[in-house]
Design a protein around this ligand. Structure first.
Ligand code: UDP
Length: 384
């Protein structure tokens, strides 16, 4: 055995690092405070209907990173799934992300791709040269009408803030298309694991060199037992919130059971501000290869994350960033611990990015072990 490492958190970050190091001959102990692996992408079958539930909200795997795609498919079969989100506004249904169907039905036109690009150029606010805020990004690229209908209300519900207070990076996640492609993601590969995310993470962790300790809160004092620690919990909790709590949004799900087909699609966004939920996910539609007579829906509500809540989305506004920078300083002074993943680096990361970064972390660790260099507290600059 080459050494003993500890991994805190059994989500994708922790699992991939654990597996890479176990494959390289290290003994790895993985801790998670929850009763299951897979973090927030945990999925489980509803005992009554057998529908696979995305317990912490919808997770659709997509990536253009071939290494990630080839890796993940070693642990489960990926079933074809394309996320085609609909948006409900008033009593009308539109296609998302904003594409030619959305533009034509919203404005009552029949524009060609070229005409739509010209039209959007005219309605977009060209005086905004470098959009800094979410609102500026929207006004620049889709104009005021589409912004107010599709983004303003939804974003206020999702983030609890006006879009003029949020960074443009949040909206940059969504493309605007001048064709009828309504695939929500622009990634080369997309799918859902046939047996669910908890199965796949369980498989990644299924290695003779890996021990898993669930229902275990990792305490600072336990770190001395390990040659190195990879920490994917929230960075502020590692430092006992010495500088206060970092801002997160959490989600509440209002669960309903119905017969038949409730909404005819996996995800429908509710963009109107007066509707209390942001979106409704109908879980059986994430597994179109299965057939179920009943259905389970989650109405998703977003709110400020409190001390007892599950953190989902890092807010990362200017003041959060300053507070986070102080935690980064504390983290950089630590020895033998590397902060990883969404919570360890306080960034809004998709699953595939988390996996790609976990490869980098493991690779760097193995390189440092070989060269005798010190493993840094962060492998990716968390303040970038
Ligand atoms: N968004 C919006 N209206 C929509 C969908 C998204 O205003 O119908 C905004 C919202 O601020 C959201 C961001 O775009 O947080 C990114 O959307 P995405 O669907 O990527 O969010 P996620 O699925 O990660 O919650």
């Amino acid at each position: 055995m080459r050494g003993k490492v500890g991994v805190v958190g059994a989500g994708f970050s922790g699992a991939v690092i654990a597996r890479e190091l176990a494959d390289a001959g290290y003994k790895v102990i993985v801790f998670d405070s929850r009763s299951h692996v897979a973090g927030n992408c945990h999925s489980e079958r509803d005992p009554e209907t057998n529908i696979m539930l995305h317990v912490y909200g919808p997770h659709i795997f997509h990536t253009s990173n071939e290494k990630v795609w080839n890796y993940i498919r070693k642990f489960d079969e990926f079933m074809p799934f394309v996320n085609r989100v609909k948006a409900l506004v008033g009593n009308k249904v539109y296609s998302l992300p904003i594409n030619l169907m959305t533009i034509n039905s919203f404005f009552g036109k029949a524009l060609s791709p070229k005409e739509a690009a010209e039209f959007m150029g005219l309605i977009g606010d060209q005086s905004i040269v470098v959009p800094l805020t979410f609102e500026q990004q929207a006004l620049r690229f889709v104009g005021r009408d589409l912004y107010e209908v599709f983004f303003k209300g939804y974003t206020q519900k999702q983030w609890g803030l006006h879009p003029s207070e949020l960074p443009s990076s949040i909206l940059k996640r969504l493309p605007v298309r001048f064709n009828y492609d309504d695939n929500y993601y622009a990634s080369a590969y997309q799918g859902i694991p046939k047996h669910g995310y908890t199965f796949i993470v369980g498989k990644i962790l299924d290695h003779p060199n890996i021990d898993i300790q669930l229902n275990t809160n990792f305490e600072r004092g336990m770190a001395g037992d390990y040659d190195h620690l990879f920490y994917s919990g929230s960075i502020d909790s590692w430092f006992d919130f010495a500088d206060g709590r970092l801002g997160y949004r959490t989600l509440d799900f209002e669960v309903e059971r119905h017969r038949g087909d409730y909404q005819g699609n996996a995800v429908i966004n509710y963009c109107d501000q007066h509707v209390p939920w942001t979106r409704i996910s109908e879980h059986k539609h994430f597994a179109p290869w299965e057939s179920h007579d009943s259905t389970i829906i989650y109405k998703e509500h977003s709110r400020q994350c409190g001390a007892a809540d599950t953190p989902y989305y890092p807010i990362r506004l200017v003041n959060d960033k300053a507070q986070f920078a102080r935690y980064v300083e504390l983290a950089r002074a630590e020895q033998k611990i590397t902060f990883v993943g969404r919570l360890g680096t306080y960034r809004y990361l998709d699953m595939h990015v988390t996996i790609a970064e976990a490869f980098e972390v493991a690779e760097r660790f193995l390189d440092m072990q070989k060269s005798g260099g010190a493993m840094p507290s962060f492998v990716v600059d968390p303040l970038a």
